[in-house]
Design a protein around this ligand. Sequence first.
Ligand SMILES: [Zn+2]
Length: 275
Amino acid sequence: MTNPLQKYFRQPKVFITLPSKGMYYPEGALTGDPNNFPILAMTGMDEIIMKTPDALLNGEATVKVIESCCPYIKDAWSVPNIDIDAILVGIRIATYGDILTLDNTCPSCTTENSYEVDLKTITDHLSKCQFNHSMAIDPISINFRPLTYREFTEENLKSFYLRRQVFQSAEIDDQEAQQKVLEDAYAKLAEMKADLVIKRIDSVQTIENMVEDANFISEWIQNSDREVFDTITKFLDNSQETWNIPKFQAKCTSCDHVDQISINLDQASFFVIAS
Ligand SMILES: [Zn+2]
């Protein structure tokens, strides 16, 4: 029998537009209308998951909570990374409301100020962002795709451990051994950076062919002048910047000094609020 309590189950509280407009999802990972994307509030269990540091670091927490709160998403690991911030902000709005309180100490006069940010301005900003999907390096053009949340998380984890390796190498007494650990970490970080650029290339259009084979693309990058790689990296970095969440202009209540505050969507702090 159907649960008679079903009509009291949580209902969608927020509807957003996915920045990807539903593109870049593999078959079956997303259903429904990406321009009218419903989001439910977190359950008590979701909230507990969001407070588990290990689950946050490896992406498990985010994936579980997205799948719990977004009925249209069937596989959160394959969500294109450009949609993740909008979805997380949507989940926070659905759970705790539109307002985020920011505390800031004025750098000019040290007054403690408290500000209210309307989170809808962030989902609006993100819904208007465009994914820059191609660039030309005459005579070829390169088509890009966003990383999936799985790729993004894996890279983040790798980079986290490599940076930790660099940090911990300070404790190695033997200089030669320390040098070796550092060189190894820096080589891996450089390799990771190249790998990330290659992963984001979806295809390359030449005069004769459309090349989609990842191995061919990787081989081409490895056999190109460094200017080609730099041009692509710069293009990707610039595109990334347009997606950054605008800084909040915080005007001090006592001295009128305006401070620019970054809004941190880091899940651990963003989702844990005093109620
Ligand atoms: Zn001030």
